[in-house]
Design a binder for this molecule. Sequence first.
Ligand SMILES: *[C@@H]1O[C@H](CO)[C@@H](O)[C@H](O)[C@H]1NC(C)=O
Ligand SMILES: *[C@@H]1O[C@H](CO)[C@@H](O)[C@H](O)[C@H]1NC(C)=O
Ligand SMILES: [Zn+2]
Length: 380
Amino acid sequence: MHLFKWHGQLILLNFLMFMSWRPCRGLNVPNYGPDNRGNPARRTASFAGRREPVFYDEEYQPLAARTPSQDVRRAKLAAISNPDFYFPPDPEADLAEANIPVPVVTQQKPRQAAPGAGAFSYNPKDKNGPPNWYRIDERCGGRYQSPILLNTSSAQLVSRKRPLRLDGQTNLPDSIRLQNDGHSAKFTHSWRIGADRPVLRGGPLKTKYLFEQLHFHWGSNSSVGSEHVYDYQRYPMEIHLVFYNGLYDSFQEAREQVDGIAVMGLFYEIYEHSVDEPLNTWTRFLRNVIEPNSEFTIPFIDTFPLYEVIGDVEWPYFSYEGSLTTPPCLETVTWIVATKPLLVTEKEMRQFRRLQSPNGQMSNNFRPVQKLNHRRVFLY
Ligand SMILES: *[C@@H]1O[C@H](CO)[C@@H](O)[C@H](O)[C@H]1NC(C)=O
Ligand SMILES: *[C@@H]1O[C@H](CO)[C@@H](O)[C@H](O)[C@H]1NC(C)=O
Ligand SMILES: [Zn+2]
């Protein structure tokens, strides 16, 4: 079925390219060059001991045996073996593949939570707090949960690596739905045509992963907030960019699959030098969703591309197999956590801390770190 569908699209693609369709694409997309960035200070943020990116031609080889979920995943991928989805050997085919229109996934209504599923809290003393999440969904008690402690010294260094690519970072969405879902502030982009949807590939990922939404975890003050702890440090905030495997038709379908989800996590650190200079202008929309379970649609004229939020994807980053960090805690996530933090001002952090959850101020919405349980953590 998939095979047939994709071949059909290839024929269509050839036709469209023949009709000189490609040069007309993206006329409305502004050019975000290095001098036209949303966050100028990000360019100057330095990372001590940072490695320069290195490109290798060889296929990525795991350094040693990986966790069982990896073997299951590989067997599954081999069984599907849809050649249209794998990285083609020549750049031209790669380019053509990148331009195959991805089916537009219609926006789902806010998920009707199963009884109790939406009722989790972050208060450890609460009956629905993190230690009791396994009662809300037993999968939260699994062995491969997230977040975890990430240590440079104990990570497996990956030397033969494929570049990680985020295509379509500068594409502008049609509109963006901003939701206060009671646990976080979530931005879901709608794409004019399927091909505009950003795609993450390479690095630890075997196939293409399509962008779904982004959201945040933050603290009531700037000494806490991030979910992952990097070299024993918690950052004031962590952004999660959620992608789903293009082998599946939707995020809802993919998240149940062993190779269904990839989440890219980046930390924020406080930019001390200027209190008034806005770095993340998109935080101004948060005031529209102060109340729990409220939402606001950012119209096209005010939309912003992913690039304005996260800038360039850079080495080094950690990768490991883990889970969603909220119930149902599905263990279907390939995590990619960047070590270089983004910048945010205290003023912008206050925009986040003004949001309300059903139990009062929405903050400290991060899950405690989970046991590693013999998983390997890779440093790319
Ligand atoms: C990081 O170090 C802590 C303490 O030594 C350890 O418990 C944890 O498993 C380590 N994390 C990783 C990813 O190796
Ligand atoms: C920051 O928040 C954490 C968690 O609520 C708290 O334990 C800590 O005391 C706070 N620190 C300051 C300086 O207020
Ligand atoms: Zn998250």
